[in-house]
Design a protein. Structure first.
Length: 669
């Protein structure tokens, strides 16, 4: 698929490298590297550089070609590739598997967070509670944040809602700094609450024995400052989606660079959409200054979007006030026009009817339903529910990947996972907390009762079992119910012996299923455990299965779906589809109507959604919303207007066509 011919040897001959690169691109045609991509491929890997790459410009393919060249020219060169999301990591790993990188000292790509964790473990930092326990989304949202909020309110901080707790957590995880100079931190507004949160969180974290995933880069940066970078055995670090990093992530990478490691950042300031974790375009824009390099490799030829789609997306993003000036994103030579439309529907019902008709038309024209995406600003599950009946009429199915999170909220599933964790570690505090939380008649008052009696160098789980042995002295009520729960749990855990497990092809997933009350779980729950059990090697043990159930389950759910995908703009990042339908692009929703909304990021979100499509991109909005969708964004149920992002733009990008007429014309073609 790729051929690299090298004259001579060594880095000094890199300019004489002849590159022939082929990849399946728009329309299935084969393409070769353009001059911009070749410039990156020939980069001296001992120097830091930035690759500023627009959507569809072949960033990942070119990076792999660069690594293939290194494998030929400099065997043993120690390289690591980091990305921001698991999905991006998996995609890059697949591309690397197709390449010949046997000459490099390279390990598989990792997320920034997993790299931070491995750095902490390598250094031997004592700041992490051990054994390591990273809570999942359910544990974080159902247990940890609400309890921190409750404890802070009990101390007089009534404004410390779970939402505010999450915001302070995000600021802490970013090292109390934002990349956006205009961003006002909550802890700057209310430093007293910020200090109170930190004090409580440190105690809370120790007593419950957890480590937040988001805190790992910040902790790794502190460890590198204290212990140095000698343990980082690398020559080159490539960091993909660099615009998604926050200050703590960048600090960790900068410290590694200062230890003698070259860094190549890859990303696009126009696709920076994670302001919630205090990332901002400034991160990648300041890279040349922070890493003392003038080497810049812009990739500006999009091999994804049709001309009309790219023209509309550019009109949206280039209207952003104060946007960084750079060469425009252009379509590749010979790119088809594609289809772009902004459709106005008289009602929310008509919008759903129209979208369903467009999808049916595309499927009828031979487009695989998996190659069609419905993209929304928020509440993708609700949109999927509303759209389903309209698509059923046309015999088109939806592929909803959010079912994994639904499964992980089922009480019998949580009970089984908690017991498995306790089998591995009898004092697992989050597991015991989960069992108490999902049991009828046991409330937060009892959680506080145990929490307040945790002794020095003791965890919540250990304190609970100690108090159980003492028959819960001074407990006002509920003693019998709680004793029965703990007794039943210990008996059930006693019957779970992983060392004697005889596993079938379903691995640890099947083993756990056999220990559940099957009448109390959904069919989706059984499907999740079985498919993850097959995917995760049994050699990784029960602990390996438990740690991967949620992330691997989500990856497999996204890959297995055979219908039209429904997702948020955030989830669409990195996706390429034939047809993208972006719903409810109207005032009050895009940009989202909420206090503190960052309109610049909202514009970038829309740009990301629009640039997913190769052949057709349709934006819609409803002039009137009644019923469930009226509660999204603006609360006005009367007349709604087009998105201000699509008002007054040159050309056709902001022109709203009459949706029913446009759909009728499409169906007649």
């Amino acid at each position: 698929m790729r051929n690299v011919e090298v004259e001579g040897a060594g880095m000094e001959t890199s300019k004489s490298v002849k590159v022939e690169w082929e990849a399946v691109g728009m329309g299935g045609c084969l393409m070769t590297l353009n001059e911009q991509q070749i410039a990156f491929v020939e980069h001296d890997p001992t120097l830091s550089a930035r690759v500023l790459a627009g959507p569809g410009t072949g960033k990942s393919f070119t990076a792999v070609q660069f690594l293939e060249r290194l494998a030929v020219e400099n065997p043993g060169f120690r390289v690591r590739m980091l990305t921001f999301t698991r999905a991006a990591t998996a995609e890059f790993a697949t591309k690397m598997d197709d390449a010949d990188l046997s000459g490099l000292g390279i390990v598989r790509p990792a997320t920034v967070h997993s790299f931070a964790l491995s750095t902490l473990l390598r250094i031997g930092s004592s700041t992490l509670p051990m054994p390591l326990r990273i809570p999942g989304k359910w544990e974080t949202e159902e247990l940890i944040r609400p309890h921190l909020s409750r404890r802070l309110k009990a101390d007089g901080y009534q404004r410390a809602t779970p939402t505010i707790v999450r915001r302070i957590e995000e600021e802490m995880s970013a090292g109390w700094q934002s990349l956006d100079p205009l961003d006002e931190l909550y802890t700057d507004i209310d430093p007293v609450l910020g200090a109170a949160y930190v004090g409580l969180w440190k105690q809370h974290r120790r007593r419950f024995g957890y480590v937040l995933l988001a805190e790992l880069p910040y902790a790794a940066g502190l460890a590198l400052e204290d212990h140095g970078t000698e343990s980082i055995e690398l020559d080159l670090l490539l960091v993909d989606e660099y615009q998604d990093l926050n200050m703590a992530d960048i600090k960790m990478i900068r410290l590694i660079h200062e230890g003698g490691v070259a860094v190549i950042s890859l990303g696009d300031d126009d696709q920076s959409i994670y302001g919630n974790r205090l990332a901002a375009p400034e991160g990648i824009l300041r890279f040349p200054e922070e890493f003392n390099t003038e080497l810049d490799y812009p990739l500006t030829e999009s091999r994804r979007c049709g001309k009309s789609i790219l023209e509309a997306a550019r009109a949206v993003i280039e209207a952003q006030p104060g946007r960084f000036t750079k060469p425009p994103l252009v379509p590749m030579a010979g790119a088809p026009d594609g289809t772009y439309a902004y459709l106005r529907f008289p009602s929310a019902f008509a919008e759903l009817e129209g979208v369903a008709s467009i999808i049916a038309s595309r499927v009828g024209a031979g487009v695989d339903p998996k190659d069609i995406a419905v993209i929304t600003r928020s509440r993708a599950k609700d949109w999927a529910d509303w759209l389903k009946s309209h698509l059923d009429v046309h015999g088109v199915s939806l592929a909803w990947t959010g079912w994994v999170e639904d499964v992980l909220e089922e009480h019998e599933v949580r009970r089984s996972l908690a017991r498995a964790h306790i089998r591995l570690e009898s004092n697992d505090s989050l597991a015991w907390w989960t069992l108490l939380h999902i049991s009828n008649g046991i409330g937060v008052t009892f959680i506080d009762y145990v929490y307040d009696r945790v002794a020095a160098n003791e965890t919540f789980g250990a304190a609970l079992l100690r108090l159980f042995g003492d028959e819960f002295p001074d407990l006002a009520y509920g003693r019998t119910r709680i004793q029965r729960l703990i007794t039943e749990t210990l008996e059930a855990v006693d019957d779970m012996d992983p060392s004697a497990a005889e596993l079938d092809e379903r691995g640890w997933g099947g083993w756990l299923l056999e220990r559940m009350d099957r009448s109390s779980i959904s069919e989706d729950a059984a499907r999740l455990f079985e498919m993850v059990g097959r995917a995760v090697s049994a050699d990784e043990g029960l602990a390996g299965f438990l740690s991967q159930l949620e992330p691997v389950g989500k990856d497999l759910a996204a890959a297995e779906g055979s219908g039209v995908r429904v997702m948020t703009m955030y989830s669409s990042k990195g996706l390429t589809v034939n047809t993208a339908l972006v719903l409810a692009v109207e005032e009050g929703i895009v940009p989202f109507d909420r206090p503190g909304c960052d309109e610049a990021e909202e514009r970038r979100l829309l740009y990301v959604a629009m640039t997913r499509a190769t052949e057709m991109c349709v934006l819609t909005y409803a002039q009137r919303r009644i019923g469930p969708s009226a509660r999204i964004g603006s609360t006005n149920v009367g007349t709604r207007n087009r998105s201000p992002f699509l008002s007054g733009l040159p050309g056709t990008a902001g022109d709203a066509q009459h949706g029913p007429t446009w759909v009728a014309r499409l169906l007649a073609e």
